[in-house]
Ligand binder design. Sequence first.
Ligand SMILES: [Zn+2]
Length: 123
Amino acid sequence: MTGGPDYVHFRELLVTERTRLQHARDAVHHDGSLLEETGDLAIGSGDHIADSASETYMRELDEGLEENADHLLAEIGAALARIDDGTYGLCVNCGSPIGAERLEAVPYATLCIDDKRALESGA
Ligand SMILES: [Zn+2]
């Protein structure tokens, strides 16, 4: 594969992810409906290990999802803006192409893998 990233493809990925996050965030806002559903399932199964595991998971999801979703939605919005202005797929730090494989995994990535690793090791 040569040339820049496939803007049409990545726009679709970003829009799909944005929709998914918006739905997930909305679900959290609906007075713990996710928790209630999971509670019903856990009671029905009678499996205490799965019960507590799913409770922990849902609690973490509940606490972390809204913040994460807002953060990711901002990243996705910025990535869509970069598609519009033609800078999508370029590292914001050094200007190198981020690479289609990395964008496929993290379509809202702003840093090439080298700068990402440098950031993580330096942090
Ligand atoms: Zn870079």
